[in-house]
Design a binder for this molecule. Sequence first.
Ligand code: FMN
Length: 332
Amino acid sequence: MQIGPYTIAPNVVLAPMAGVTDKPFRQLCKRLGAGLAASEMTISDPRFWNTRKSIHRMDHAGEPAPISVQIAGTEPQQLADAARYNVDHGAQIIDINMGCPAKKVCNAWAGSALMRDEALVARILEAVVNAVPVPVTLKIRTGWCADVRNAPTIARIAEDSGIAALAIHGRTRDQHYTGQAEHDTIAGIKATLRIPVLANGDIDSPQKAEQVLKHTGADAVMVGRAAQGRPWIFREIAHYLATGEQLPPPTLQEVRDILLGHLNDLHGFYGEPQGVRIARKHLGWYAKDRPENAAFRAVVNAAESADAQLRLTRDYFDALIAGETPALSPAA
Ligand SMILES: Cc1cc2nc3c(=O)[nH]c(=O)nc-3n(C[C@H](O)[C@H](O)[C@H](O)COP(=O)(O)O)c2cc1C
């Protein structure tokens, strides 16, 4: 898939997720096979750019190209300024969020709520595309609600405005994350556009990725929640799409090393205690698929220091690798 001057290969990308796709997670997913990983959204209002959260969100030092940064807002001029600011700070692709149903965003008419106002969408896209010399991509849902599934109209506006690629999550805004994503609307849109289309929603296995690509004709798949605690899903999907064969799951040794590396990166990026707190969320995701992990989660969540978090994680996996029942002692 081509986005402006960038060839995105493999055509399996990480979905932007606020509170999840921070720099350590993006780097990990890219290393494990994601062709692209957009940042968490950055609010377009400059009054928030100096908060600790925004500073972390706008830190792209050391990230492999192309660096894609998502912005969210409602005012065309403010979004244009935010796009420029982010390009000045390393963004090589600007992504506009019209796909997130979060209340905080929707109260301000940002995210997917914007899709209700097609004239405003056109003004925003034009303002941002004209503001920056880099490709601008757009992420949308299929519409506001079942009766207002206007993604095809928004998609046409996007292409006419010079948007370089369009990601579509196969749910309406009022569905939030309930029900099942549908991919028919995405197929319909793909058939009418020249720009690349990324299909998103409920893609959680290599087989599902292949099926969605076939059904929609999309140029790429975008994976969100299925990558939480399973960042190797990108190489699994990419391998299956390229060969038709399934990669074996990662060994316990590899999961241990990936997880310890991830924890170290989180501690380094956020410092203590924030890094330890954020790491708990990821530890929970890594541990969610194995019944014996409930006890591990309970103990490791009590760890207050980076050292204790790392030690408990290493001991737990080492015991599993040795075929022993892990002795779970409190985190001290
Ligand atoms: C915790 C979380 C945070 C999200 N934050 C964003 C966001 O900041 N911007 C955005 O465009 N979409 C956001 N999304 C939506 C995802 O990008 C994606 O469209 C959605 O999860 C469906 O894909 P999936 O079924 O593969 O998870 C978020 C989703 C989750 C679960």
